[in-house]
Every structure is written in C-alpha cells, then in structure tokens.
Design a protein around this ligand. Sequence first.
Ligand code: SAH
Ligand code: MG
Length: 216
Amino acid sequence: MSQASYPDLNTYRLSLFVQEDQVLKSVMPEAVALGLPPISVNPDAGQTLYLLARMIGARKILEFGALAGYSAIWLARALPREGRLISLEIDPKHARIARSNLARARLADRAEVRTGPALELMAEVSEEAPFDMIFIDADKESYPRYLDFAMDHVRLGGLIAADNADGHGHAHEVLEPGDGRRGIQTYNRRVASDRRLVSHILPIGGWLAVSVKVEE
Ligand code: SAH
Ligand code: MG
C-alpha cells in the first residue's frame, strides 16, 4: 500500500482519528439553517469528549447546554446501552432540535434533553447523581455555579469538563466587571487550584478545561 500524503500535520491527525458519520456531519449545518448559532464544539473536541468518557467507562453523564445535540451525540455514543445522558437546555427550540438529532442518531433510549434554566433544573437533576462525567457548555457567567454543582455530584474518579476555557480568546486579559467571560476565568482559576481536582486545559477547539476528582 502506498503511503498517504496530507496537506499539513493537523489534517493528518484529524483524518486519522476524527470520524464524523452522516448524522454528526449534518447536525450543525441543519441547525444553522434553522437559525441556531454555529457554536457547537468542533469534531476535534467531540472526539476528545468521546475519548474522555470512554477512558473512565462513563455510564451516567450530565451536560449543561445542548444546542442542537452535537456534543451530546459524541458523549452519548460513549455510553453503554443502559447508560444515561441528561442534557440541560434553556431554549425550547434548541431542546426540540437536540432531541430530534439524538433520535436520528438512535440514542433516544439513553439521552434526554431537559428544558429550562440549568440553575433551576439542578435540584431535580441532583437526584440522579452521582455522575461519572459532567460537561459544562452553557452560559459562561454561571460556570462557577455549575462547578459547585459538579464538585458535589460527580463521583470520585469522575470527570468535570468545560468548553470555551479560552474565554473566546480573552481568558488571559483583564475583563470588565459584568463580562460573562469572567465566569470562565473564575472557573479556570478554581479548577487549577482546588486540591480535590487534578486539572489541565486541553487546547482543542475553544479549549477544554478537564478535571478529574481525586478527593471528596
Ligand atoms: N454543547 C453544545 C453547545 C452548547 S451552546 C455542543 O457543543 O454541541 C450553549 C447552549 O447553552 C445554548 O443552546 C444555550 O441556549 C444554552 N444555555 C444558555 N444559557 C443556559 C442556561 N442558563 N441554562 C441552560 N442552558 C443554557
Ligand atoms: Mg462551547
């Protein structure tokens, strides 16, 4: 067999490891045509979330922020048949589209989208704890509150991941009071220094902050 040649190293890496099927390929273009913003994780981050969930044998996953279900499909595919993904989504239109995409991906048996503000849904969701993995990707100003919830509801050895740890390119700057991205800065500082966590930022997509809970 002759050796393949790739235009650059990153294309080489992605071509070898990141495979989107037809459902994943169509989710965001269709969502954008319906007026949703193009703000899902990218395929690179999707494969990373999938890998992380598989690494810990996740059976129960909680997501903050479903949008059209793109990241939810990656996460739910990492689950065993009897596994469970709950995704919290404030916008009923987003929730409806996410549900339909999860059904199209034949994941409706293990993935569920709950509609409402995540801060309000947390009370009922806490009854389903402990989670093996919690993925935070909703409104950025609430990241610290979602982290509080995650610290209390992820199992020992479980993962807490958050998207957009780069603060949309501004995490390193001094931001105005009231700027939602300050929530991301607070989040990053906290996961970097909390002794109960081992953490790092993977600079993939909009950067994934990834933490494993090593102490109760
Ligand atoms: N995780 C998705 C992208 C999520 S985009 C993916 O990668 O495919 C952020 C989503 O969070 C949007 O759909 C938005 O409606 C939702 N959201 C914003 N504020 C929220 C809140 N307070 N509670 C729950 N969802 C919220
Ligand atoms: Mg995001």
